[in-house]
Design a protein around this ligand. Structure first.
Ligand code: PHE
Length: 447
């Protein structure tokens, strides 16, 4: 017998789920991960492989997470437990939910520090600094623990406020504001880059196919990127699926979210690389790309003090709509169990993630020599545990559960009517292709 859990309610209209899931998916990974990987791994050839991974692994797992979440209407832990029991399997399957929530909290702790730097850069880019180069500027930002902690706190507070306001009034309402803003800013940046940047050079960097640079590494990197970019394996999509109205179609919705995520990743490349090439800067990825190279471009360009802040607002919005989805699964669990109110659950988990984030903030400066896992500082260790171990593990388990253990009638009930061929293809991918491919990423990343 499962005890009665508090209900979280559902979202109104089909767009709320789409915007929230797209908000979760579109994050720093799309902006500073995808474009660089595509550009340096065979351009169009990488994009093609990436699209295959999205369709064959990403979308099938997304469909599975939504089915489990929506059926139960609960947090990933209870959703896994219920669905497993209703499928006559062991309630131990709930560990997939536990691993997801752990991953979410770990990622949130460092995502917030980095997103805090994005917030800080809105102001840095608005005021030109003639005395420091952009890399000295970045150095001065990260060498100050007080500065990093201040912006980390601001970002975590924003995340807390949105999630604590509830599923409908907090997350649902905010994504309806944030996502259109993100879309508009991105389109503005791309148009700006078309007219002012080396657009053709960027197009060819991102999309000209070079199959000679495709190796087995390329496949693994595309697969890992697809997985992280769609926020799979850690319960964000499962938690959001719990609030999806029952009459919304799971399969087309998943394709919509995956397409929007991919579109944003490509547009981000078309916003960034024309500017990078126009100023003869080296293509790069991660913080070096946006905080050093892009800032240097903004410092040199006309109206840079206007365009720069717009770019960093865009980045901050992308990060915020992802961070709320990192916090939600844990908050849903604590509050539905009735241990704490929603507000207090959000407070407890964000405070915990905030404290863990202190380690990340200090790993840039005073604790840079400290290694949690050998050879990796605090930030890199958490990143490794969450993104390289827990996410692929969760994704693989979800695929195995839905492919091999979940009762067929429960699945059919949730999927509703779909074209038989699509259904058969999905079954095939989720049973065989997804678990083996994710197992491959998993194994290759650990060893
Ligand atoms: N998908 C986000 C990105 O591309 C990261 C993320 C992963 C968010 C997992 C939530 C859950 O940056």
């Amino acid at each position: 017998m499962i005890k009665k859990l508090k209900s979280h309610g559902t979202w109104i209209g089909k767009w709320t789920f789409i915007l929230a899931a797209t908000g979760s998916a579109v994050g720093l990974g799309n902006i500073w991960g995808f474009p660089y990987k595509a550009g340096t791994n065979g351009g169009g050839a990488f994009v093609l492989i990436y699209l295959l991974c999205i369709v064959m692994i990403g979308v099938p797992i997304m469909i599975s997470e939504i089915i489990i979440g929506r059926r139960a209407g609960n947090s990933p832990i209870n959703a896994m437990k219920r669905t497993a029991l209703d499928s006559n399997s062991s309630s131990l399957w709930q560990f997939v939910g536990w691993s997801g929530i752990t991953a979410g909290v770990l990622i949130l702790s460092f995502y917030s520090v980095i997103a805090g730097i994005c917030l800080n850069y809105i102001f840095i880019a608005a005021s030109s600094n003639e005395f420091l180069s952009s890399s000295e500027q970045f150095g001065s930002v990260i060498e100050s623990p007080a500065n990093l902690l201040f912006w980390h706190s601001v970002f975590m507070l924003l995340t807390f406020l949105i999630v604590s306001a509830g599923v409908k009034n907090g997350i649902g309402r905010m994504v309806k504001i944030l996502m259109p803003m993100l879309g508009a800013l991105l389109i503005f940046m791309v148009i700006y880059a078309i007219f002012n940047g080396a657009f053709i050079k960027a197009l060819s960097f991102l999309f000209a196919p070079d199959f000679s640079s495709v190796t087995s590494e390329t496949f693994l990197s595309a697969m890992g990127q697809a997985f992280f970019s769609l926020s799979l394996g850690m319960g964000s999509i499962m938690a959001y699926g719990a609030y999806m109205p029952k009459d919304q179609k799971v399969v087309p919705t998943s394709f919509t979210v995956a397409s929007l995520d991919t579109l944003v990743a490509m547009l981000a490349g078309l916003a960034i690389f024309p500017i990078i090439f126009a100023f003869n800067l080296e293509p790069n990825s991660g913080p070096g790309l946006v905080f050093v190279s892009m800032l240097s471009a903004f410092n040199q360009m006309q109206f840079g003090q206007l365009i720069g802040p717009i770019f960093f607002i865009l980045l901050s919005i992308a990060a915020l709509s992802s961070s709320i989805s990192l916090l939600e699964p844990g908050v849903a669990f604590l509050s539905e169990e009735g241990y704490l109110s929603r507000k207090n659950s959000a407070l407890a988990i964000s405070l915990f993630a905030w404290s863990l984030g202190i380690g990340t903030a200090l790993s840039f400066n005073t604790l840079s020599g400290f290694e949690l896992i050998s050879g990796k500082n605090f930030l890199d260790s958490l990143d490794f545990i969450a993104n390289q171990i827990l996410l692929p593990f969760g994704g693989m388990m979800i695929a195995i559960f839905v492919g091999w253990f979940m009762k067929k009638e429960l699945i059919i009930n949730e999927i509703g009517y779909v074209n038989l061929i699509i259904y058969k293809l999905w079954r095939f991918f989720i049973k065989f292709i997804a678990p083996t491919s994710v197992a491959l990423i998993f194994i290759s990343q650990i060893f």
